[in-house]
Design a protein around this ligand. Structure first.
Ligand code: 4NP
Length: 154
């Protein structure tokens, strides 16, 4: 089972989701079953580590995302992943705009797994530190929901 988190820059929300969800996978003992990656719609930050504020917020919860490196979403991802999980409607629209007729991935807003089918993880890039804490709260809840979902269908 391969999971790909997608946001705009791949330096704030999706690397945070990658770190949080990877820890949830480990806590559930599912490392052998689930692979986790993240990427961005845009290419501005390709090759960069996560935003310092995202790194610091994750570290406050015991999660080190400092080693992650941003990459851009690509058409191959539609066949490489089982789940493609965008953070907001803009990301979802951009992914749908590149979608081939036939592919492997299920595409869903990530917060659907937090019981919020219309929910968006707001972009914290231009806000304060509180935005990063809110992002992590949402991501933790959706990560629990996604683990539950995968365990139910597996
Ligand atoms: P992210 O946040 O999509 O959560 O990584 C952003 C980071 C950078 C930019 C936009 C959003 N940017 O425009 O550079």
């Amino acid at each position: 089972m391969k999971v790909l988190f997608v946001c705009l820059g791949n330096i704030c929300r999706s690397p945070s989701a990658e770190g949080v969800f990877r820890r949830a996978v480990a806590q559930a003992g599912l490392e052998q079953q689930i692979t986790v990656e993240s990427c961005g719609i845009g290419d501005w930050h390709v090759g960069h580590p996560p935003d310092e504020r995202a790194q610091a917020a994750a570290m406050r919860r015991g999660i080190d995302i400092g080693g992650l490196v941003a990459r851009q979403f690509s058409r191959e991802d539609f066949d490489d992943f089982d789940f493609i999980l965008p953070m907001d409607y803009g990301n979802l629209r951009d992914i749908r705009g590149m979608e081939p007729d036939d592919h492997r991935a299920r595409i869903e807003l990530f917060l659907a797994f937090a019981g919020m089918p219309q929910g968006e993880v707001p972009d914290p890039y231009y806000g304060g530190d509180r935005g990063f804490e809110d992002v992590l709260d949402m991501i933790e809840e959706a990560s629990r929901g996604l683990i539950d979902h995968i365990q139910t269908v597996a």
